[in-house]
Design a protein around this ligand. Structure first.
Ligand SMILES: O=C(O)CCC(=O)C(=O)O
Ligand SMILES: [Fe+2]
Length: 262
């Protein structure tokens, strides 16, 4: 651990209004996470939970994570398939927002207000929209990993972003477990040697001695993280579900603009 790490507390920031200073601190890794509260009111959250309850989730990765809508990581070798699934899930998300509230519009407004930069849904070079978000059931946890499009999908339009953030709106949370744990270590290419076989996970040897925070999330919370920093989700208690709506926000320094995609 460096002297800087010992002396600097690395704590999540809570705010009612997101600012450009907070976004900058997150992008530079000076803070591990930002919680914006309130994101919506209790009635909106109840409507969202009700609208999501009939949806069926498809499992991917190990341990299984259920998803509604494609996640780019799963289709990183097949942009065409990802775009077709994105188009196919568009009406499903729109129906969901019409039954509750437009989560994507709120996220776009938050980022636009804080940065002063426009926020659009990411598109392929030939103009096809990426998926705006993914709804996930991460009840069995997520192994330590990073999300970084310039490495994961270098040939996609989002592979050229300058900074990546990840947002999660927690729809249902378990009474026990379900925390997100973030480590003060930013992914670098030399970490690839620590990648677990046949998995998205990395070895804990990489960040065993790093500062870390464990964030207890609850229904209605909205969290922004810098997913280039190692993070994991603790499994939920037996039989308890953890449902989130999330996507990535990528900033292009060249055009001072944001894109959203899942
Ligand atoms: O569900 C969470 O709390 C975090 C999920 C995750 O891995 C991410 O947002 O990048
Ligand atoms: Fe992640």
């Amino acid at each position: 651990m460096t002297r800087e790490e010992v002396n600097t507390p690395w704590n999540p920031v809570h705010c009612q209004v997101l600012t450009s200073n907070i976004l900058e601190a997150l992008m530079e890794g000076r803070i591990p996470a930002v919680q914006v509260e309130p994101f919506c009111n209790a009635n909106q959250m109840t409507l969202l939970q009700k609208a999501i309850s009939p949806l069926s989730f498809e499992d991917y990765v190990v341990p299984p994570v259920g998803r509604v809508g494609p996640s780019h990581y799963e289709f990183r070798e097949n942009l065409e398939k990802y775009l077709a699934l994105s188009a196919g899930s568009k009406h499903r998300f729109e129906k969901l927002w019409s039954e509750s509230f437009d989560v994507i519009a709120v996220v776009k407004e938050l980022l636009k207000e804080a940065s002063g930069y426009p926020v659009e849904v990411a598109k392929s070079e030939d103009g096809h929209e990426y998926s705006t978000c993914v709804i996930r059931k991460i009840s069995y946890g997520a192994l330590p990993h990073v999300d970084y499009a310039p490495y994961d999908v270098p040939d996609w339009s989002v592979g050229r972003i300058s900074h990546q953030l990840s947002w999660n709106l927690y729809v249902s949370t378990p009474d026990c477990g379900g925390e997100i744990k973030i480590y003060n270590r930013c992914w670098q290419k030399s970490d690839l040697g620590y990648r677990e076989q046949e998995s998205y996970a990395y070895s804990r040897d990489l960040f065993r001695d790093c500062q870390n925070v464990t964030i207890h999330v609850k229904s209605g919370d909205f969290l922004l993280i810098n997913p280039r920093y190692y993070h994991e989700v603790i499994p939920s208690g037996p039989g308890q579900n953890r449902i989130t709506i999330s996507s990535f926000a990528g900033l292009f320094d060249s055009s001072n603009s944001w894109v959203l995609w899942a």
